[in-house]
Design a protein around this ligand. Sequence first.
Ligand code: GUN
Ligand code: ZN
Length: 440
Amino acid sequence: MTDTLLRGRTLSFHRWPETVDDHAAYAYEEDGALLIRDGRIVAAGTYADVAKKAGEGVKTVDHRPHLILPGFIDTHVHFPQMQVIASYGAELLDWLNTYTFPEETKFRDAQHGRRIARLFLDEMVRHGTTSTVAYCSVHKASAEAFFEESHARDMLNIAGKVMMDRNAPDGVLDTPQSGYDDTRALISEWHGKGRQHVAITPRFAITSSPEQMDMAGTLVREFPDLHMQTHLSENHAEIAYTCELYPEAKDYTDVYARYGLLGKRSLFGHSIHLSEREADALSDSGSVAVFCPTSNLFLGSGLFDYQRYRSREKPLRIAAATDVGGGTNYSMLRTMDEAYKVIALQGEKLNPFQSFWQITRGNAEALSLVDRIGTLDEGTEADIVVLDAGAIPAMRLRMETVGTLAEELFLLQTLGDDRTVREVYVSGRPAKSDMATAAA
Ligand code: GUN
Ligand code: ZN
C-alpha cells in the first residue's frame, strides 16, 4: 500500500486541558502532517519533518487551511433508533413504550437491520464519528448486520445485542438463556474479527429479570476484556421503578453491583441522579458515566453534573455520547454544544479544548482504547476527521473575527455540524468523499 501524507493544521491531545492556556495538554501544528501507512499513523509532526519520512510515490492530500483531528468517538448510541429520533412529547418510560420498543421489533427482519446498519454508519461517518459504542436490538441478526457493515468499512466499533426479557412487547424480548447464548455466539463470531468488539449489553435493570442480570454477570466474568454497557439513573420514575423491582438493592447502582456489572470496562449511560454513595461505587470500580446531553435535555431527564463528577474526591471516569434516538443529533459537535449549556446551567464551564479532548482522547480513555484511537499519535490507527470552520456562511463570517485556536474550536462546537466535516479517514482511507462519489 502506498503512503498517504495529509497536510493541514493538526491537533491532538496528550491529556485533559486544565485551562485554555494549558498548551502542554495538546500538540498543535500550524503546518502539520500525518503519514499514513497500512491504516496506521506512522509519523506525525510538522510537514517539513514528516514529508521527509514519506516513501516513494507518496500520495499527498493538502487539507490546508483546515483542521485535522482524531476521528470523533460516540460512546453510547442506538442504531435501531434512526426512525425514532425526533419523536414528540414523552419522558423516558413513555418514550420507550410508545416509540422505541415498537420500532425495535422491526429488527426481527434481518433485511431491515442491514439497511439501517448501512445508513447508520453512513450517517456517523458524515458527522465525523469514526468509532461508536452501539446498542443493537434484541435480535441477534441486528448485531450481525451491524458488524458485517462495520467490518466491511474497517471501522472500529463496539456493539452488542441488547439483552431484555421483561417489561416490553414480546417482539423485543429474549430469555435469560437465549440472551446468553446469542451474546456468546456473537463473541465467537465477531469479537476481535478485524476491528470489531462485542459489548455485553443488558439494556437496563427494568427490562432484565434477576435471572438475566445473573447471566450478564456470568458473561462479564467469562469475558473480562469485553465492554459492558447499560443505562443507569436517567430519570426519577425509572429509578423508583428499578428500586421496586430490586428491593434488596441499596440503590440503582447497587442493582448492577450485585450482579458483578461494575468495572473498568463498564459504561453506564446517563448516570444523572447519583447519590454520593453511588458515585463512590462507580469511581471505586473504575466504571464510566456516559454523558448524553441532547438526550437528557430532549427527554427532560436532568442535568449531568460533569464538573462535580470530575472534581469530586473520588472522581468519575466520564465519556460523552449522542444517545440517538433519545439524543437529537448524530454530531459530536452538536452534542458538545448542548453539553456546554448543561454544564453552564449548573454554574460551571467546559472550555473548548476540554470539549475536543472529550470527544477524541477523553472518550478513547474512557473505553481503554487510547493506544489505538482518539489521538494522532504515531502507531495509532488512522481514524481522522478534517474540519472546516468556514464551511457554513454564518461561520465563515464569524471566522473573520476569530483570533485564536480556542475561539475557532468554540465556533466549530457552537455552530458546526456535518457540513463542517470536510473529510473523514477510516483506517487511513477517505470515507466521506468516497461516500459522496458512490452516491453520485
Ligand atoms: N433506557 C433503556 N433503554 C433506553 C433507550 O433506548 N434510550 C434511553 N435514552 N434510555 C434507555
Ligand atoms: Zn441509551
